[in-house]
Design a protein. Structure first.
Ligand code: FES
Ligand code: FES
Lengths: 709, 157
């Protein structure tokens, strides 16, 4: 049962009217437009840049390069290794070199084409295995960004005691978030000389911090506001346009808008990490998994972004949602001259899920056990120990997700080239083994409203609505009594980023705690006996504002550097998807006909939003499985990067499992990434069921599948 | 500069436009209606869909001058005062959006579909929206919205 207070999306009305203001919709009189000049080669020294023609182009106001950066020319969410504008060297195609500012967008764009950059080309590292050999050094501290191991039990003994061993290699490629709104942001200087930036983003506070360092001005002089954001999926976590907008406003003192074209979006945004996964599983005759050994090599591209996060998350999730006594999972991230890979819905877990779920099916076949049975047999449950030796105490609804799918699985009817496949997953909520708190603040207004201030960015997933629902449920008030102040560094505290499926769980809890504080106060003040908020507001104003604040940092434990023993997450989400496909043996075309998806969300706050996330995740999973592939140096438009359209969508049904998580708000966990994670795996297994050949490489597009058939 | 006569949402405009300006540029930059979005600028994504003389077009690949002496309807032209168009109502009620960036284009394509076909089949709905990409919703809630809109427009709900 979901919580009592249901609310429709609060942003729906302005969206259907076309009134929602995305960053690129904002217009300020006299604003300039910025266009980024990018490297056309993957690796080289910049020998000379010829600006002459561009500078004299009518309407060009200024051209900025790294020399114009007053502070430190470096940023990065975890490791600061990426220049805002290239210094003397470029490391990937599309690396920003200069900003052209013009009176209008077409002027800036035309002028940007007139800039000639001369390079001295360097040897290109195009693959992580080549990178590992270290022939060409990409960064001062070497080519290995990150190397993590998860070790449990005795792996050799595990394989010795196994009756059957399955060993395979899997590959995935670069994917693009392809949110329909390309990156955009607008900045200006206010009367007091403060820098104000409104952008399409997943985290305002982080960006303020980066800009402060780039411009060497204190954070108090900067205000970042999130505009209505047209999708993120991880791609708007890193700095996108903000640094360029900030630098441009700093130098021109005029409002500046930068919005990327689709081509620029493809060139600049971070990609899903391509992974090479060697996977070895050992099991007893009865299907009990004894040992899992995984070796992952990832391509993080030219700069770090979230590479180390993905590296660790992949290792921690390598076994999938199964209890395995002996584990040795090793994962490496290497720098190359490829596009920067970073956060994309699931941080590497969709890739590793493709591998562990394929392994599960291969093992089931070897042992002649039903794929559903083998999953149930090995499933994590209460009391299980994960690969990091974390004992799972609460909210482990994995088996219930399998049970929810069971009737459809049992009722499936194979015929011709129609096949069925399962995919399961678990996913840790929030950041891995590090503190990742959120805060919330509630104030009362003179008009009698209860105002929630949250730094959480709603990027379309619906956190604005969910957080207000949590507020209303805790206070026993109606939607009309509350209002939201969201994602503005001047008006809201830090809620951390909208990533890692953490906002409902972590920010939701912070809101609940703040609301409980307020509730105690309102009880004393007679609100529940009929005294209005306006009246209470007036009395409480005279006595000074009591702080109605909430703060939540999920209880985790740092992981051991050598074995990753520890408690990386306070809780996990679980899910199982089942896909039905039809394969055309001649063309290699795979049609996904039907998907059932069951998700343990802890507690449903907003069923419509959850289902929306699940259906959207399924769509993205279909793209990952069958059609999406970013090719560096080639992909530049939605004409050669295919995302699923209305014609590609199957019939879908989502089931919600609620195994409440005591640390979450009303028991809730998250669902944003879990929605996607098991989908590609389920499709790969369904293809195998349909035509008897197994894809080891995604996407399993026409060409690849035809080769297999 | 060329002279463009265009009717947008019932209002006549006479504008001076650059010969290479697109209809999308004119709608967003000259007229200032920013409900119509640009997702690709290349005729792929459908975010810029508007209705020109009854047809759904990708305004990013229509030259402004091709719209000379024509009538265009954008998302801002659907509601009458406070009264939402039934399609808008349906998208609102069914939750046919998440980030909402594709929504104006979706709604405009839906209008052209339903103006010509009061009771479209599932397949016809999919087909009509094939050129409108959505990265968030998986389309299901959009299909439901279109169906509900059709019912509303037939006066059934
Ligand atoms: S913006 Fe016109 S089709 Fe994409
Ligand atoms: S709702 Fe985000 S693209 Fe459709």
């Amino acid at each position: 049962m979901p919580i009592k207070r249901y609310m429709d999306r609060i942003d729906a009305i302005e969206k259907v009217l076309g009134q929602a203001k995305y960053a690129g919709d904002i217009h300020i009189e006299g604003m300039l437009y910025g266009v980024i000049v990018r490297s056309s080669i993957p690796h080289g020294w910049i020998k000379n840049i010829d600006f002459d023609k561009a500078l004299t182009y009518k309407g060009v106001i200024k051209i900025l390069t790294q020399k114009d950066i007053p502070g430190e020319n470096v940023y990065g969410i975890i490791k600061k290794d990426q220049p805002l504008l290239a210094k003397e060297r470029v490391r990937y195609i599309g690396e920003p070199v200069a900003i052209v500012l013009g009176e209008d967008e077409s002027i800036a764009r035309r002028a940007s084409h007139l800039i000639r950059i001369e390079y001295e080309k360097m040897d290109v590292v195009s693959d992580p295995l080549q990178s590992m050999n270290g022939g060409v050094k990409l960064h001062d501290d070497g080519n290995l960004l990150s190397h993590r191991k998860v070790i449990k039990g005795d792996i050799d003994r595990g394989f010795r005691e196994s009756d059957v061993i399955v060993e395979r290699t899997y590959r995935t490629t670069w994917l693009d978030h392809a949110y329909i709104e390309p990156e955009a942001g607008l900045g200006y200087m206010d009367e007091k000389g403060r820098l104000i930036i409104t952008s399409s983003t997943q985290n305002v506070h982080y960006k303020r911090n980066e800009i402060s360092r780039l411009l060497a001005i204190p954070e108090e002089r900067i205000r970042i506001i999130q505009a209505t954001t047209g999708g993120g999926f991880g791609g708007k976590l890193d700095m996108t346009v903000e640094g360029y907008v900030a630098l441009s406003v700093y130098h021109t003192k005029r409002p500046v808008l930068i919005r990327f074209t689709r081509e620029e979006s493809f060139l600049s945004n971070t990609k899903r990490h391509p992974l090479l996964i060697h996977y070895k599983t050992g099991a007893k005759k009865d299907g009990t998994i004894q040992a899992v050994k995984v070796d992952v090599t990832g391509d993080t591209g030219a700069y770090a972004s979230y590479g180390s996060t993905v590296c660790l998350r992949v290792a921690v999730h390598a076994t999938g949602p199964y209890e395995v006594p002996n584990v040795y999972a090793e994962s490496r991230m290497l720098y190359t001259n490829n596009p920067v890979s970073g956060a994309m819905r699931g941080f590497g877990v969709p890739q590793i899920a493709f591998a562990h779920e394929s392994q599960m099916d291969i093992m089931a076949k070897e042992l002649n056990i039903d794929p559903l049975e083998i999953r149930i047999k090995n499933a994590l449950k209460r009391g299980s120990k994960t690969a990091t030796s974390q004992e799972l105490g609460t909210s482990v609804g994995f088996i219930e997700t399998l049970k929810a799918i069971e009737p459809f699985w049992k009722g499936r009817k194979k015929s011709g080239t129609r096949g069925f496949g399962l995919g399961s997953m678990f996913y840790g909520m929030g950041n891995t083994g590090i503190s990742n708190p959120s805060s919330a603040r509630i104030t009362l207004t003179e008009e009698g409203k209860i105002a929630l201030h949250t730094g959480a960015c709603d990027i379309g997933q619906g956190s604005d609505t969910v957080l207000l629902q949590i507020l209303c449920e805790t206070l026993d008030v109606d939607g009309k009594d509350v209002l939201l102040v969201r994602a503005d560094t001047d008006l809201t505290g830090d809620a951390g980023s909208t990533s890692a499926s953490r906002q409902t769980y972590i920010s939701g809890k912070a809101v609940q705690l703040a609301a409980l504080n307020l509730r105690a106060y309102l009880e004393k003040e007679g609100f529940y006996r009929g005294r209005g908020i306006s009246e209470i507001y007036r009395s409480y104003r005279d006595r000074g504002f009591p702080p109605f604040e909430g703060y939540f940092d999920p209880p985790t434990e740092a992981l051991d550097m050598d074995t990753a023993k520890g408690k990386p997450y306070a809780t996990y989400a679980y899910a199982t998807h089942m896909a039905e496909v039809e394969v055309d043996r001649i063309t290699g075309y795979v049609k996904v006909l039907r998907v059932y998806a069951a998700h343990d969300v802890g507690k449903a706050i907003n069923i419509k939003n959850i289902k929306g996330q699940v259906y959207g995740g399924i769509a993205m999973g279909i793209g990952f499985a069958l059609m999406e592939e970013f090719i560096p140096g080639k992909t530049e438009s939605l004409d050669n990067y295919y995302i699923p359209t209305s014609m590609d969508m199957p019939a879908m049904e989502a089931f919600i499992v609620e195994d409440e998580e005591p640390t979450g708000p009303f028991g809730a966990k998250g669902v944003g990434e879990p929605a996607l994670i098991p989908q590609a795996a389920a499709i790969a297994n369904a293809i195998t069921d349909a035509v008897g050949v197994r894809p080891y490489e995604l996407p399993c597009d026409l060409e690849r599948l035809k080769k297999l058939l | 500069m060329e002279r463009l006569n265009i009717k947008v949402n019932g209002k006549d405009y006479e504008l001076q436009v650059k010969p290479w300006a697109t209809l999308l540029d004119v709608i967003r930059e000259e007229i200032g209606l920013t409900g119509t979005k640009e997702g690709c600028g290349e005729g792929e994504c459908g975010a810029c869909t508007v209705i020109m003389d009854g047809m759904a077009v990708n305004s990013c690949i229509v030259l402004a001058m091709e719209a000379n002496n024509r009538e265009v309807i954008t998302i801002e032209g659907l509601a009458e005062g406070d009264r939402l168009h039934p399609i808008q109502e349906a998208f609102l009620e069914k939750g046919g959006m998440q980030c909402g960036f594709c929504t104006p284009g979706m709604i405009m394509s839906t209008k052209v579909l339903l103006d010509g076909n009061k009771n479209p089949t599932d397949e016809e709905i999919r087909k009509a929206l094939e050129g409108n990409f959505c990265r968030c919703t998986g389309y299901t809630k959009i299909f439901e919205s279109v169906k509900a809109a059709a019912e509303k427009m037939r006066g059934e709900i």
